[in-house]
Design a protein around this ligand. Structure first.
Ligand code: FES
Ligand code: FE2
Length: 436
């Protein structure tokens, strides 16, 4: 029994501040959203060999992704079948099998219980080593989309194809941008704890009203630098990457925002803040050799800014960057920034991606911390005893026209993606499911 009604919290044009602040709401989100939706776990290139594993969480539920001897990638509950201790303690590694550090129960790579020390004490009990209740049980549903592994704690819900809808085009485009059609995760993700509710981060990614304000200092610095350069200067990649953060409202409006089912959204499509990057030598040659001229042009013409696969996963196809959301508590969220190599592409592509993270997303960057400061200010400001409402009505009058076959589209600085997220949030929270 909860002490609030979801319908009191979400209106068409605004939401109650407790959506960000109330620990009871956070707990319900863990049950009704994070334990129901498809959540991004990792990429199968992180576990290339039998016995390779990677641990993470879905909400508060610890899980481990592991490759078994037959090559299959499993996602298991990281919980001992005996008394519940977390079995795999490291972030990643390679094992012949799992062994619980408490009483030594051991497991095969697919989670089946292999052995129990001092077994004779179980004689004449109903203990059965084959009984799944004593295993590290597989998650209810696991799906692999071009190497991206998603899982759901819930046995019910939409298929991964239905859930992703047109957001799958971003995943496909990321993989297609590799001349070999596959990506490969490199190094550990950057992880930083934000003092904010997870939804503030998720909203921010397609919030096009903030870059020219929150990131004004860095945008302005890039502009001044470029203005001072003599004609014909070849700009460094740093300038190319930073400069668009100072773009105008008109630029972002023309980029457009598209809201999809299940709370997903993306900005851009044919163009985005990444469109103006210069070519990387040899990359086009590698693409054309792999796909031919027409197909290469088609692949590279898709240019989405941030695609949000609600609630856990965000991806930029054109810059090969992804960020993953791991909620910790009502006001703490870990954001992971991941990097991947486009197989068959020159190393310069990976270097540019890492440069992008260093400049824009890392905790020592010139852009990300502007956003974190705004989230923290929201948490501070929302303690105020003035209005309890958080506004999201920008572009509301255009929503009825904002429909197209693949989702609802509006001008880029519309609050459409937030309204879409909270419409779906309310459905999850009310029923533990979202049909759209
Ligand atoms: S809790 Fe794992 S063996 Fe006892
Ligand atoms: Fe930002």
């Amino acid at each position: 029994m909860v002490s609030f009604e979801i319908s009191d919290l979400i209106q068409e044009n605004r939401i109650d501040k407790s959506v960000y602040l109330d620990p009871e709401i956070f707990e319900l989100e863990m049950q009704n959203i994070w334990a129901k939706a498809w959540i991004f776990i990792g990429h199968d290139s992180q576990v290339p060999h039998a016995g390779d594993f990677y641990t993470t969480d879905i909400g508060r539920s610890p899980v481990v992704m592991v490759r078994a001897k037959d090559g299959q990638v499993h996602v298991l509950h990281n919980r001992c079948g005996h008394k519940g201790a977390k079995v795999a303690g490291k972030k990643c590694g390679n094992v012949a099998g799992f062994r619980c550090p408490y009483h030594g129960w051991s497991y095969k790579l697919d989670g089946a219980l292999r052995g129990v020390p001092n077994r004779h004490g179980y004689e004449n009990t109903d203990f059965d080593i084959k009984d799944p209740q004593f295993s590290m049980t597989p998650l209810a549903r696991v799906a692999n989309v071009r190497g991206f592994v998603f899982a759901s704690l819930s046995p019910e819900g939409p298929s991964i194809e239905e859930f992703l809808g047109d957001a799958i085009a971003t995943i496909n485009n990321v993989a297609d941008r590799a001349p070999e059609g596959e990506i490969e995760i490199v190094c550990s993700p950057l992880r930083y704890e934000h003092d904010c509710n997870w939804k503030m981060f998720v909203e921010n990614l397609n919030d096009a009203m903030h870059p020219m304000v929150a990131h004004a200092s860095v945008g302005q610095a890039a502009k001044s630098y470029l203005a001072d350069q003599p004609e014909g200067t070849v700009y460094p990649k740093e300038a190319e990457i930073i400069f668009p953060f100072g773009s105008s409202y008109k630029f972002f409006d023309e980029m457009k925002v598209t809201a999809l089912k299940y709370g997903h959204s993306y900005m851009g499509g044919q163009s985005s803040i990444h469109t103006g990057y210069s070519d990387i030598p040899d990359y086009m040659d590698a693409m054309e050799a792999a796909y031919g001229d027409t197909k290469t042009k088609e692949i590279l013409s898709q240019n989405r800014h941030n695609t949000i696969i609600y609630p856990s996963f965000t991806l930029k196809d054109a810059i090969q960057a992804m960020r993953v959301v791991r909620p910790v508590s009502v006001d703490k969220t870990i954001i992971e920034t991941w990097h991947f190599r486009l197989k068959g592409a020159p190393d310069e592509m990976l270097k540019r991606t890492i440069l992008y993270s260093r400049l824009i997303n890392s905790n020592a960057s010139m852009v990300g911390p502007d956003d974190w400061d705004c989230y923290r200010r929201m948490h501070e400001g929302l303690q105020s005893h003035s209005s309890k409402w958080v506004d999201m009505r920008r572009g509301l009058s255009a929503d009825s026209k904002a429909t197209q076959s693949k989702g609802a589209q509006s001008f880029g600085t519309s609050d459409l993606s937030f309204r879409n997220q909270y419409r779906v949030w309310a459905k999850y929270m009310n029923t533990g499911t979202s049909d759209a």
